[in-house]
Ligand binder design. Structure first.
Ligand code: FAD
Length: 526
């Protein structure tokens, strides 16, 4: 590839880190690593790769669990890790704020910030906390970067209340696969007559959308596939595109005042039905917490998850516990209702818990929220650690419409019991989005778990749900009808849907260089 201004290295030791991700399932190979320090250098690298038809895979924090940042098809890697500042003067109303090794531009009055792609969620949170502000999407893994979370439309526990990353992006700067820069604003003219338009480097780019019936996105929380819908805004093409359509070089996010004062409760139930009943009441707001904003989060742990966590968290009760629900309620409202927040529970919540036969609960005031956050995060981390030492991760990310949730849970239990592989379930029950994780001890068990997983993905789609509500699909494959591997996304959209994605990809990346292998197989792009 021709000379570029960005730092580059072909040192094998240096490259090794970028050839895998947290899935411990995908391994890649690459000839070179590019480390641009600013937006101009990044554009230069992408332009040069495009001119020499060189495959380029974008790397953020490397926390993906789908292989999406792994260069399985070779070529080069471009990491945005040195892009720790926006590198530009603050626009009117913004001021530069430093912290945790990053610079952001903050407009506290307008509750918005312009941030570089490399900033981690934990660093951003640390900086914003000083101004009493919050960037609401909270994917569990706080070492993920802003660029990576935009590319995967990440979400987390509080997305129950706040929605996913997509809802919080006001403006994006993106380097297209041609090396041209595009700036996309929320609220720009929507797609017309089947084409979505935007401007890049002074020219108008038109991207054809699939005809009706060819690509119907599920009506659940969803992170699988491109966002393609009639009347869509151009910015939505790039959020959740898994780096297929461009490299995020700058992000302007919306912020809210920090509800630092929250009450977090882990409620233990004697039966799953009791736990589900409490969640139904919370989701439908039949608790009538008239003055209390909705629950910020509603998370679920099955009995097996609690057993798995007990060694590290001995305070988890042992007897008569079948499931737990973790939830957060804004504390200021709580205080208004109750003068003794450390010892008592919001009375309406307490009544609802009692009605659903809660066994016991662990209530933590806002100042100690981090304890519960770490408690919640320790589970996926421990699961990832466990499977890393054995047969690799087989964990689901499916969500279904609320009315189908219990049927999906029965399918998880039934398929998993039948395949005889140890498993556990936890996750975002408020969004009808549970992670089923298999813990196979050997390759033979892993094969059985993969078959069960494959049947469950089809069940979720049959119930109107999605195969991935937050992680994306990356390079994941699944066993098809004939026992052969097919792209995971094919289960949701069929071959016609994959072709629709490939058409959009070709419109923006005619040489097929960027993040090839994500969502659709490389051969569909030629
Ligand atoms: C323990 C654990 C818990 C997790 N919990 C959650 C969760 O609750 N919710 C959730 O959504 N995810 C979760 N994840 C998955 C992961 O953290 C997210 O997918 C995250 O958004 C990835 O961000 P990253 O910066 O690590 O990106 P990477 O892993 O580096 O890359 C992910 C994808 O984004 C692309 N990308 C990265 N940077 C850019 C950029 N600047 N421009 C364009 N494309 C880019 C990559 O090419 C790749 O396709 C979890 C992971 C772990 C290990």
């Amino acid at each position: 590839m021709k000379e570029v201004t960005a730092a580059r290295t072909a040192d094998a030791e240096r490259l090794r880190n970028y050839l895998r991700d947290e899935s411990s399932t995908f391994y890649g190979h690459a000839d070179e690593l590019f480390l641009p320090a600013n937006q101009a250098e990044l554009a230069d690298v992408v332009r040069a790769a495009n001119e020499s038809h060189m495959l380029l895979t974008v790397s953020g924090g490397g926390t993906s669990i789908t292989g999406s940042r792994v260069p399985t098809n070779g070529g080069a890697v471009v990491s945005v890790e040195r892009m720790t500042s926006t590198g530009r003067e603050p626009p009117t109303g913004f001021k530069e704020v430093h912290g945790a090794g990053f610079d952001i531009l903050l407009n506290a009055a307008d509750k918005t910030a312009i941030v570089p792609p490399a900033i981690t969620l934990s660093a951003l949170d640390e900086i914003l906390a000083r101004s009493g502000l919050l960037y609401p999407p909270d994917p569990t893994e706080m070492s993920a970067t802003m660029g990576g979370t935009v590319a995967t439309n990440a979400s987390g526990a509080r997305s129950f209340h706040y929605g996913p990353t997509r809802a919080w992006i006001r403006r994006l700067r993106v380097v297209l696969p041609t090396g041209e820069m595009a700036e996309l604003h929320r609220g720009e003219p929507a797609a017309k007559k089947g084409t979505v338009h935007f401007t890049a480097a002074g020219r108008t780019v038109g991207v054809p959308l699939p005809p009706s019936g060819e690509y119907d996105m599920p009506r659940t929380k969803n992170a699988a596939g491109l966002y393609l819908a009639p009347g869509m805004e151009p910015i939505d093409l790039f959020i959740g595109c898994e780096g297929l359509l461009g490299v995020v070089s700058e992000v302007q996010v919306d912020l809210v005042e920090r509800p630092d004062q929250t009450l977090t409760v882990v409620a233990y139930f004697g039966s799953c039905d009791d736990a589900f009943g409490f969640v139904d009441a919370a989701v439908s707001d039949s608790l009538k917490l008239a003055e209390v904003p909705h629950f910020l989060s509603l998370e679920y742990f099955d009995r097996r998850s609690l057993d798995f966590m007990r060694e590290a968290h001995p305070h988890i009760p042992k007897k008569n516990v079948a499931a737990a629900v973790l939830f957060e309620v804004p504390y200021s409202e709580f205080e208004r209702h109750n003068p003794y927040p450390d010892t008592c529970m919001l009375s309406e919540v307490e009544e609802a818990l009692a009605k659903h036969r809660v066994v016991s609960n662990w209530a933590v005031p806002g100042a100690r929220r981090e304890e519960v956050r770490l408690f919640r995060h320790s589970l996926p981390e421990a699961v990832n650690d466990f499977v890393r030492r054995r047969s690799g991760k087989i964990g689901s990310d499916m969500a279904v419409p609320h009315e189908q949730f219990r049927q999906m849970m029965r399918a998880y239990e039934g398929e998993s019991a039948a395949c005889g592989v140890r498993f556990l379930m936890f996750g975002h029950i408020g969004d009808d989005h549970i992670h089923l994780n298999y813990l196979p001890e050997n390759d033979e068990e892993a094969e059985r778990a993969k078959m069960a997983y494959s049947r469950l993905a089809k069940t979720a789609v049959g119930l109107g749900g999605t195969i991935s509500a937050e992680h994306g699909v990356g390079k994941k494959c699944i066993l098809g009808e004939n026992g052969r591997l097919i792209p995971y996304l094919q289960v949701l959209y069929g071959v016609r849907g994959l072709r629709a994605i490939a058409r959009v990809k070709k419109a923006l990346d005619p040489n097929g260089i960027l993040n090839v292998g994500n969502m659709v197989p490389p051969e569909m792009l030629t």
